[in-house]
Design a protein around this ligand. Structure first.
Ligand code: AMP
Ligand code: FE
Ligand code: FE
Ligand code: ZN
Length: 285
């Protein structure tokens, strides 16, 4: 007799960060929060690492929340001026993936050190050791530097840290070396994963440019697009949905949750109508 799988239904959130990168909840705490909010599945998509997935899986098993493994990678398209973010769902660990993620973490490290130098040059009494202590994990990013600047009273808010110092145009802005966009897509595909374009509008692409960029990404193997994110207006959602449907792309969604508190990212599961079916689509690839 064949075993019938239970039919799962309910909301999911496929874009989150943990303490393994720049989120503030541990993988276990994050899965617990997903459970509390009634999500049936949660994607763990830390920057440049799969380090949080195993702990999340264990917590998911205990709590009855399905954990979708993933990673978020910043890449440079060939036209160069603006980075974009790729989500790689269901990638399987392998040497090439690990070595490229390690390279990306190294590029962060080099950039972070330069930023700290700039900030010290501006008269701040801070060190990279303090940032690393605050970050706790392997992947240190500008959000950690921002938190340190708030803690030390150099800025009043996380947002101000980005605006004045860390964001493009800020006094200590330093670019980061990134993988190429095609390289990133190929890496995800070769790792058995599903490449998805994360938050297209947040990356600075005008709705009128999105179609051209999407066309190019699809020609390189992109399989999905994050249509539902808290910063897309209903009109943008409709537009992106129609672009996705025209090309048979998987429509995904997530909050880009980075933990509780005001940090300019989405609230876990909030206002997202992403159904469990999305997970099934990603599994089919
Ligand atoms: P990094 O990975 O070091 O380049 O930092 C990028 C991360 O910083 C993003 O994933 C967000 O978490 C955060 N971030 C980027 N720009 C801003 C901003 N203007 N305000 C607040 N957070 C930001
Ligand atoms: Fe982040
Ligand atoms: Fe992102
Ligand atoms: Zn993210």
């Amino acid at each position: 007799m064949s075993k019938r799988r239970p039919v799962v239904s309910g909301p999911v959130d496929l874009h989150t960060h943990t303490t393994c990168s720049d989120g503030t909840l541990t993988p276990e705490q994050l899965v617990r929060e997903a459970k509390r909010l009634g999500l049936v599945a949660v994607g763990i998509t830390d920057h440049d690492t799969l380090g949080g997935v195993a702990e999340a899986w264990r917590a998911g098993d205990r709590l009855g929340v399905e954990v979708v493994p993933g990673v978020e990678i910043s890449v440079d398209p060939p036209w160069g001026d603006r980075e974009l973010h790729l989500l790689g769902y269901y990638v399987k660990e392998n040497e090439e993936l690990e070595s490229k993620l390690r390279w990306a973490r190294g590029a962060r490290e080099r950039r972070n050190l330069r930023i700290i130098e700039e900030l010290v040059g501006l008269g701040m009494d801070i060190s990279y050791e303090e940032v690393k202590r605050l970050a706790g994990g392997d992947v240190v990013g500008r959000p950690h530097i921002a938190r340190l600047l708030v803690e030390k009273g150099y800025v009043k808010s996380f947002e101000e840290a980005f605006l004045r110092y860390l964001a493009r145009g800020g006094e200590a802005y330093t670019p980061k070396e990134r993988l190429g966009a095609e390289e990133g897509i190929t890496l995800i595909l070769r790792s058995g994963g599903v490449p998805v374009w994360a938050h297209p509008i947040k990356s600075g692409y005008d709705p009128s440019e999105v179609e051209k960029v999407l066309e190019w990404l699809v020609s390189k193997g992109l399989r999905g697009i994050e249509v539902y994110t808290p910063d897309h207006t209903p009109k943008q959602v409709e537009h992106l949905k129609s672009l996705a449907k025209k090309r048979g792309l998987i429509i995904t969604g997530g909050s880009d949750y980075h933990g509780p508190g005001k940090n300019s990212h989405g609230k876990l599961g909030l206002n997202l109508e992403v159904p469990y079916e999305t997970v099934l689509n990603l599994k089919k690839g």
